[in-house]
Every structure is written in C-alpha cells, then in structure tokens.
Write a protein that binds this ligand. Structure first.
Ligand code: GLU
Length: 290
C-alpha cells in the first residue's frame, strides 16, 4: 500500500528515539511500524538519537536503545545520527533566521507565555539579550493542515500568529529545530512516529515553509498506553523490554498496532520474522473520534 503524495523520490524513513530510558513496548512498536513501512517501500531506514536534552537523558540509555533495536533485527546499514553532534548546524540555521529577522529573543517565563506556548508580550520589538533567553521563530500560520496516513485529514487551529521556541534559554536546541533540520538534511520523505506528536506536526510544517523545503509524508501511529491511559514512557514507569525475547516482543508490538492481525510467523530469528511480516504488513488506520 503506497502512501498518498509524490512517490518519485526514494523513500527515506527514520526512527528517532530520545535517550530518556530503555526501549520499552511503546518505542519498540513505533520502531517496528517505521521499519516495516520503509521495508514495504524498499526504502532506507535511519536511526537518529535525539540526545539534545541532557537534563532529561538517562546514562546508558543510548547504548541500551541501540542494542535493543539490533537485537530485534531493527537495523540500518547507515550509522545512527546523534543530534548532540549537530549543534553547529542548528546554530547556523538560527543565525540565518536572526539575520532574516524571522527569529527573535524572548524573555517571557513559561507562565507569561499564552496557552499555545507563544510570546504574546511583544518581545520581538524589545532589545532582549541572547543570553539566558529563548530564541523564537516567527512561523507562518496559513495552510498548516495535512493528511496523515493513519488519521486522515488533520486541521490546524486557525492562529493569527505563531512563534515557537527554537533555541532554549538553557542554551540547548529545541526539539522543533533539531528534528526538522535533521529530517530535511537526512532527506527524510516519510515520518512514522507516535500520535503524541500529531499536533506538533503543524508547527513542523510551518518550519518547512520557512526553510522553503518540501514536506515529508506523515503517519502517526497510536502510542501504547498503560492501564491509566498514559503514554508508556520512562516517566510513567514503562519497563525496558527484555532483549533476550525479541520474537515475543515483536509479536506484542505487532498486536499493539493490529489487535486483529491473524498471522502465524514461525521464524525464530528476528530478521527472518520481520522479513516474513513484510508481505502482510500495512499501516493501521484510525479516526480521531475513536
Ligand atoms: N524523540 C521523539 C520521541 O522519542 C520522537 C520525535 C519524532 O519522531 O519526531 O518521542
């Protein structure tokens, strides 16, 4: 099943874990979906470690995630990209945006921001110091709707202005900047990731417009939730998967994506298991209402 949209560019997908804890069932499910989608399109699958937020990082998580992916046959012929090595590139984008007067420093505290996380205090017109303050980008607010391959048409809120943070006051790149620039630089055509980022996509699309780049296709898969309905994550106490049981884990991840899937895969080696799944694989479809 081919995604909608132009298909003349070779497929490049990616899995972009943050090293805030070990790979758990939720992140394995996302990795499986994005890997399978890349295989289906005979594309390239990249791994990008989003290690741009040292305060949230857990020691050893990067190594554990990479080892877990490899143990599950989720590997890429291309070396993983580490965002921590890309600060100069992100800074050069900030410098360019400042030069074009499309970015500005903002001294608003979190409390002073509005409900959309915007500066509504006119910092743009003040002489705010770059030191210890957030850098914001002026984003276009028109035409940010998109069609998601899982959820269908996603309308964006009709804003009159938007100005998201791209460089944080603690001197670290913000997710919006790092992820968008890396997806562009890596030639990513297809993003398959958790639906906790569904509405973040509008801002990423606006950023693509600022940088005058073609947008990728998106597929947001339902995130795995715990019994209290919270996304599985380190914060909600998700346990790391036991990498000695890769087949069992892959089967569990598949059930998360397709509870109705009837497919007996006898392979005992993860790479063979993934290959056998290839002929049966399709992305789930969901509606926002359900
Ligand atoms: N690093 C993000 C996460 O672990 C994913 C970002 C993305 O796929 O764009 O949730």
């Amino acid at each position: 099943m081919k995604p909608a949209g132009p298909t003349n560019v070779p497929y490049v997908g990616r899995f972009a874990p943050s090293p805030t804890g070990p790979l758990h069932l939720g992140s394995l499910t996302t990795a499986l979906a994005s890997f399978m989608d890349a295989q289906l399109h005979q594309g390239t699958w990249l791994i990008r470690v989003e290690d741009v937020d040292p305060p949230r990082e857990v020691a050893g998580a990067t190594e554990a995630i990479l080892a877990a992916l490899a143990a599950h046959g989720l590997s890429s012929p291309i070396e993983p990209l580490f965002q921590s090595t890309r600060h100069d590139r992100y800074k050069s984008i900030c410098a360019h945006l400042l030069e074009q007067k499309m970015a500005f420093y903002c001294a608003c505290s979190r409390k002073q921001q509005d409900n959309f996380g915007r500066c509504a205090a006119g910092c743009q017109d003040l002489d705010i110091s770059p030191v210890g303050n957030n850098l914001r980008i002026n984003l276009p607010v028109d035409n940010r709707d998109f069609t998601d391959r899982v959820y269908g048409y996603i309308e964006s809120e009709r804003l009159t202005f938007d100005n998201a943070i791209i460089w944080r006051k603690d001197d670290l790149p913000a997710y919006l900047l790092a992820a968008t620039v890396d997806d562009i630089d890596s030639g990513v055509t297809d993003i398959v990731r958790g639906d906790d980022l569904l509405f973040e996509t509008h801002r990423q699309l606006a950023f693509y417009a600022v940088l005058k780049k073609d947008v990728p296709r998106y597929a947001h898969i339902p995130v795995v939730r715990n019994d209290n309905g919270k996304k599985l994550s380190k914060q909600t106490g998700a346990e790391g998967i036991d990498i000695n049981n890769p087949i069992q884990n892959l089967a569990k991840a598949l059930v998360q994506l397709h509870p109705e899937f009837k497919f007996s895969n006898e392979s005992t080696n993860p790479s063979d298991w993934l290959r056998s799944l290839q002929d049966h694989w399709y992305l789930p479809t969901k509606s926002l209402q359900t």
